[in-house]
Design a protein around this ligand. Structure first.
Ligand SMILES: C[S@@+](CC[C@H](N)C(=O)[O-])C[C@H]1O[C@@H](n2cnc3c(N)ncnc32)[C@H](O)[C@@H]1O
Length: 322
């Protein structure tokens, strides 16, 4: 039956494009098959709750032979994204780190344990994630190193020059606005400090030539994932905004080929495996295998990040404060 309340809620999300609502109870799981905010349970603090698309270059990708292990493969690609950012930032002992949009703090635990920075301060707008993150930091014994705060990356409660590294791992597209974040990141970095992000944008301008219907459609879908229109940038605009905020040595490295196609296949497998587990008889492993095979043959232009959000680029962004 047509669910008026659900449709009204989706329209509201699309219009507000509000990151403060996106990861709350109202919006449910960010992808089918992963836990909703209410389902998150912490016992050891090490249960993985990543919320990113994964960097699939150096890990096993999901295919028709291994799709039953999709959960494990997805998590390893998601951790791969955190490693990629750490390596890009040359993260190491002594660094004071600010992490903006830390999800449930998986990346902070990983960076603290594997790269040994002096301290990590996390800033996240979603109260439930801050609560869960703090609990996990306590359970993993990292509370001397990692401190998690609730707040916005666009209005930081820090003094100028406090940090060596600022990270935004797949979160800056949500910030209202990304531009305001760049100015804040510049302020809180010390001279020589590094800004490193994993973020979505467009390889070249895909908006201006599009008709009204298409623009409204992209606007609707971006709103649904709390991606404000002010953040729809081409790669070239991204570099220009970094320079305008005062950054130097800025570069965007495209990793879209190692993100979008592989995560699309993973999401198809995850959906299929979840349906098989939740409603036995609704699907079969043979059917999921076929879906996975089809997903692997989907051309990049037909993937949801292009067709819905109009963002065909996924980049690692690096810049330095002079
Ligand atoms: C796609 S999730 C990525 C989470 C995490 N980096 C990961 O990889 O698991 C985006 C994150 O950005 C956070 N966020 C959105 N807007 C924010 C803002 N203005 N300031 C701080 N965090 C924000 C969300 O709460 C969420 O944790």
């Amino acid at each position: 039956m047509f669910d008026v309340v659900k449709v009204a809620r989706q329209l509201k999300s699309a219009v507000l494009a509000d990151p403060e609502r996106f990861y709350t109870n109202e919006t449910g799981a960010w992808v089918t098959g992963l836990p909703t905010p209410q389902e998150i349970r912490v016992s050891t603090g090490r249960e993985p709750y990543w919320i990113n698309l994964g960097y699939w270059r150096d890990v096993e990708r999901v295919d028709e032979n291994n799709f039953e292990r999709v959960g494990e493969l997805f998590r390893s690609a998601q951790a791969g994204m955190a490693h990629l950012l750490a390596k890009t930032a040359r993260l190491g002992a002594g660094d004071a780190v600010l992490d903006c949009g830390f999800g449930y703090a998986d990346q902070d635990i990983l960076w603290a344990e594997e790269y040994r920075p002096a301290r990590i301060v996390g800033l996240n707008i979603t109260p439930n994630q801050v609560r869960v993150g703090r609990e996990r930091v306590r359970l993993t014994g990292l509370d001397e190193v990692v401190r998690l705060l609730q707040g916005s990356a666009t209005d930081m409660p820090f003094r100028a020059g406090e940090f060596d590294v600022v990270f935004a791992l797949e979160s800056a597209m949500h910030f209202r606005t990304r531009d305001a974040f760049l100015r804040e990141a510049f302020r809180v970095l010390r001279p020589g400090g590094r800004l490193v992000m994993a973020d979505m944008c467009q390889k070249t301008d895909r908006e201006s030539g599009a008709g009204l219907r298409r623009r409204l459609r992209h606007r609707y879908w971006r709103g649904r994932i709390a991606f404000p229109e002010a953040n729809v940038w081409t790669a070239q605009r991204y570099l220009a905004e970094l320079a305008r905020a005062g950054f130097q040595k800025a570069r965007l490295e495209s990793i879209s080929a190692d993100v979008y196609p592989a995560v699309n296949t993973a999401l198809v497998a995850l959906r299929g495996m979840t349906a098989a587990a939740r409603q036995p008889g609704a699907t079969s492993l043979a059917r999921v295998r076929e879906d996975v095979l089809r997903a692997r043959q989907t051309p990049a232009e037909q993937l949801q990040w292009s067709t819905l959000f109009n963002c065909d680029e996924y980049a690692v962004v690096y810049a330095e404060k002079p």
